[in-house]
Design a protein around this ligand. Structure first.
Ligand SMILES: *[C@@H]1O[C@H](CO)[C@@H](O)[C@H](O)[C@H]1NC(C)=O
Ligand SMILES: *[C@@H]1O[C@H](CO)[C@@H](O)[C@H](O)[C@H]1NC(C)=O
Ligand SMILES: *[C@@H]1O[C@H](CO)[C@@H](O)[C@H](O)[C@H]1NC(C)=O
Ligand SMILES: *[C@@H]1O[C@H](CO)[C@@H](O)[C@H](O)[C@H]1NC(C)=O
Length: 171
């Protein structure tokens, strides 16, 4: 048997591997192109927009200022009574969602959540659990509810960045 046979086998396997990689690369590129065509054929409004955090913060401030003005109309002793502020709170929440969407951001997102926590601190820090149980879960629960999605978001972003870095090296 030819002593070069193992080398040829190796080269053949290597060639198979490379051609498989390039084929799948082409397939992936083709897929991406198809997706791009699909996206550009969609309505302008449904295209993903980059989140403008500066604009979002300004808009959130607007929602927050409205809520603060409304809360100040309520005597402070009633700040923990849900029936006095629930519609204002709903409006505030709705406002923040609207603004997040209109600035091209996801909702909820860490920026909006931080702002809402800030507003909670301003008005509901003295409320006991029994008074606002329908609005505020216990602190540890609130922390979990906020940090788990934030953490997952960061993890996904890190994963995507990591993957695209690897993609760059491979290319
Ligand atoms: C983001 O919003 C701010 C304030 O509205 C604006 O000045 C800025 O140009 C915007 N940036 C982008 C990239 O759209
Ligand atoms: C909240 O306000 C409503 C209306 O004034 C009152 O009926 C209710 O008893 C109050 N609840 C608490 C927990 O103070
Ligand atoms: C939120 O606001 C939009 C319009 O700005 C309105 O159509 C919608 O009913 C509101 N939702 C709530 C829960 O208030
Ligand atoms: C909470 O209580 C402290 C001390 O009584 C008071 O100074 C503060 O204004 C209160 N804050 C709210 C949001 O009610």
């Amino acid at each position: 048997m030819d002593k070069n046979a193992p080398l040829i086998t190796d080269l053949f396997v290597c060639w198979l591997f490379v051609s498989a990689m390039t084929t799948s690369g082409w397939a992936a590129a083709e897929n991406i192109n198809k997706q791009k065509e699909l996206l550009s054929s969609l309505d302008v409004r449904s295209r993903p927009v980059l989140c403008n955090e500066t604009a979002l913060l300004l808009e959130m401030q607007w929602c927050g200022d409205w809520f603060k003005r409304e809360m100040e109309l309520i005597p402070q002793r009633n700040w923990c009574n849900l029936s006095y502020f629930i519609w204002k709170y709903n409006h505030f929440s709705n406002c923040s969602e609207d603004k997040a969407v209109s600035t091209g951001c996801y909702w909820p997102n860490p920026l909006v959540e931080n702002y809402i926590i800030h507003v909670h601190r301003l008005f509901f820090s003295n409320c006991t659990l029994s008074h606002v149980v329908l609005v505020d879960p216990p602190d540890y629960m609130l922390t979990m509810l906020i940090f788990v999605p934030v953490f997952l978001t960061l993890a996904m972003v890190a994963l995507v960045v990591w993957c695209s870095k690897r993609g760059d090296f491979a290319a």
